[in-house]
Design a protein around this ligand. Structure first.
Ligand SMILES: [Zn+2]
Length: 113
């Protein structure tokens, strides 16, 4: 789950390549830099092609806000405390998994030395 960035696909009017941009940077009357050809273009909301990209960027930002909101409420949910028996069993599982990994590592070392 990515919450860090809202991303949007932009199509460069110079080279017609599509590249990914941070939606936070894609604003009406702003400038976008094409990562394919290195040229810039204006994000004119009155031009059909750029209006579509601006709409997509807006939608991506809205989705990101939603995801961040979900993530925050997830963090705020109380974590149920494990019953003592459960936590002992969990610790037992962790230790035996660790044992297994260390054993495999040992075997690998033995085979290579
Ligand atoms: Zn380009």
């Amino acid at each position: 789950m990515t919450v860090a960035h809202a991303l949007v696909d932009l199509e460069c009017p110079h080279c017609q390549q599509t590249f990914v941009e941070n939606a936070a940077l894609v604003r009406p009357w702003g400038t976008a830099w094409c990562s394919e050809c290195g040229r810039s273009f204006h994000l004119d909301p009155n031009a059909e092609a750029t209006a579509r990209m601006l709409q997509a960027a807006k939608a991506a930002r809205r989705e990101r806000r939603q995801r961040v909101g979900d993530f925050r409420s997830l963090l705020n949910e109380p974590v149920p405390r494990l019953a003592r028996a459960d936590s002992q069993r969990l610790m037992g599982d962790v230790l035996s998994t660790l044992d297994g990994l260390l054993e495999r590592l040992d075997n690998l070392h033995r085979r290579h030395s």
